[in-house]
Design a protein. Structure first.
Length: 250
């Protein structure tokens, strides 16, 4: 991994990223998903791709950890344990491939899979949910190393479990917290220099903490069915955006 200095980051761009972190975290906290991918897309316009995925991952680690703490009592810890178990395996598998996988090709597969989970009723299966949780943790953690924002993929899976709005937000945030922790470990292992970006990352996390607090205030006022509809629409639009990015790259 090439070391890149953040000297390229002017005060205007830095301020814009800090404000954007607050806005996108508000969106995720209030409507269940969407902020992480939006932040990734905008960061890709402002920063070199060599730093976007690791820096975005560390910011998302802090933001999701804040949201998980604020909704701690609603976390599905069984889901989290099996998801993390699979995630560790996925992270280990990714260490040899993190610099080799083409990003654009994966986007279309993620988009199609999210749309399937959201809009197609899955067939009946005898497979243990715990096995499915572990496999999904492996699959999404592996992919997150290459595509950056796995939120729509994780969110669509947790959405399919039919949780209420606070249980969904808590389980979603805690799952992503551990997934981004694994990503930080992998990128540190392959040589990315996080310390140069820590001031920006810290400022974005602080801004995002305020966005989380405001978003959760709105979440508690949303009717359950309206929340589920908004979450489904946001995840669908983000999946279509991923598909469009793949088409545009051809």
């Amino acid at each position: 991994m090439e070391f890149l200095s953040n000297d390229m980051l002017g005060p205007t761009v830095a301020f814009a990223l800090v404000m954007l972190a607050g806005l996108t975290t508000f969106i995720t906290a209030a409507f269940g998903a969407g902020g992480g991918l939006l932040l990734l897309v905008v960061m890709a316009f402002m920063l070199p791709m060599a730093v976007v995925i690791p820096v975005h991952g560390l910011v998302q680690l802090g933001l999701n950890a804040n949201r998980a703490v604020m909704t701690f009592q609603h976390i599905d810890f069984k889901l989290l344990a099996y998801f993390l178990l699979g995630g560790v395996v996925g992270a280990l598998l990714s260490t040899q491939l993190v610099m080799m996988i083409p990003l654009d090709t994966m986007k279309i597969f993620i988009a199609l899979f999210v749309l399937y989970l959201l809009w197609v009723k899955p067939p009946a299966t005898r497979q243990s949910y715990y096995v499915a949780d572990s496999l999904y943790g492996l699959f999404t953690t592996f992919l997150s190393m290459f595509v950056g924002a796995s939120g729509p993929l994780v969110g669509s899976y947790i959405y399919s479990k039919g949780y209420d709005k606070l249980r969904f937000t808590a389980s979603f945030s805690s799952s992503l917290t551990f997934q981004h922790s694994l990503k930080a470990i992998v990128y540190t292992a392959v040589g990315f220099s996080f310390w140069q970006w820590l001031p920006l990352i810290a400022a974005m996390i602080i801004s995002g903490t305020l966005g989380t607090w405001l978003g959760l205030k709105l979440l508690k006022k949303l009717a359950k069915e309206r929340f589920k509809l908004i979450s489904k629409v946001i995840l669908t639009l983000l999946s279509l955006q991923l598909g469009w990015q793949f088409i545009a790259s051809l």
